[in-house]
Design a protein. Structure first.
Length: 216
C-alpha cells in the first residue's frame, strides 16, 4: 500500500501505510534479474464519497473526488520502481477512525458485493476495468490455485461487473487471507486471518492504461 486517503488529507488517525522499500527492491530484483514474479505492484487505500471534504451529494463532486485521489495515487508512486502496470484503488469499510464508515461499501471486490452496491444495471457494468477479486477463498494453502481455479475443484475466481476469468481485465485473485477466511490451526478464540496469497496475471500489453482511468 503506497498511499492512504487519510494520510493524504492530513488526518491524525487511520493514516497508516503498508510499504517496505526493502521488499520492493527484492521483488524488483526477482523480476528484473531472474524473471520471477511480477516485481513491485501497488495499491492506494481510497476514501469513498463520505469522507470527501467538499462533498455536496452530487455525482459530479463524487467523480472529482475520485479523480483527485487517482492523481494523488499516481504522484505517490512516481518515485518508486513500480513494474506491475495496474495501480489498484482499494476502497473498504475499515471500521477505524477517522471514518469507520467512509460512505462506500467494499468494492475491490467480489461478484455478490458488487451487485449489492451497484445493482445489475448499466452503472454496474465495467467490462474494461482491471479487477482484483477475493472469492472464492480458502484457508487451506494446499488448495492453492491451478490457474484461476482451486486445486480441490471447489471453486474458481469470481470476477464481477461483466468481467470473467477469461477476460484480459481479470488480473488478480486474492484466494487466501481476505474476508472471513481464517487459518484452520488457530487455537485462540479470536479469528486469525490466513496469510494473504494471490494469483496474479499480467494484463496484455495493449491493454495497459497509459493514464489515470476515469473514476465513475
Amino acid at each position: 500500500m503506497a498511499g492512504n486517503w487519510a494520510r493524504w488529507q492530513g488526518c491524525s488517525a487511520g493514516n497508516f501505510l503498508a510499504w517496505s522499500s526493502a521488499n520492493s527492491q527484492q521483488a524488483s530484483t526477482d523480476h528484473g534479474t531472474y524473471g520471477k514474479g511480477i516485481g513491485t505492484g501497488v495499491y492506494w487505500y481510497m476514501g469513498g464519497p463520505g469522507v470527501d471534504p467538499h462533498r455536496n451529494g452530487g455525482t459530479a463532486e463524487a467523480r472529482a473526488w475520485g479523480a483527485r485521489q487517482a492523481a494523488a495515487a499516481l504522484a505517490s508512486v512516481a518515485h518508486e520502481h513500480v513494474t506491475y502496470p495496474v495501480l489498484f484503488m482499494d476502497n473498504e469499510m475499515p471500521g477505524i477512525k477517522p471514518a469507520p464508515d467512509i460512505g462506500w461499501n467494499d468494492v475491490y471486490s467480489d461478484a455478490g458485493i458488487w451487485a449489492q452496491v451497484f445493482g445489475t444495471g448499466g452503472a454496474a457494468h465495467i467490462p474494461h476495468t482491471y479487477e482484483w477479486t477475493y472469492e472464492p477463498e480458502t484457508a487451506n494453502l494446499g488448495d492453492a490455485p491451478d490457474g484461476w481455479c482451486l486445486k480441490d475443484g471447489q471453486g474458481c475466481a469470481q470476477f464481477f461487473g461483466g468481467v470473467t476469468r477469461d477476460s484480459g481485465y481479470a488480473v488478480m485473485w486474492q484466494w487466501s487471507g481476505g474476508g472471513e477466511c481464517v487459518t484452520p490451526s488457530a487455537t485462540s478464540t479470536r479469528s486469525v486471518p490466513a496469510p494473504i496469497s494471490a494469483e496474479v496475471k499480467a494484463p496484455t500489453e495493449e491493454k495497459v492504461p497509459q493514464k489515470a482511468p476515469k473514476v465513475p
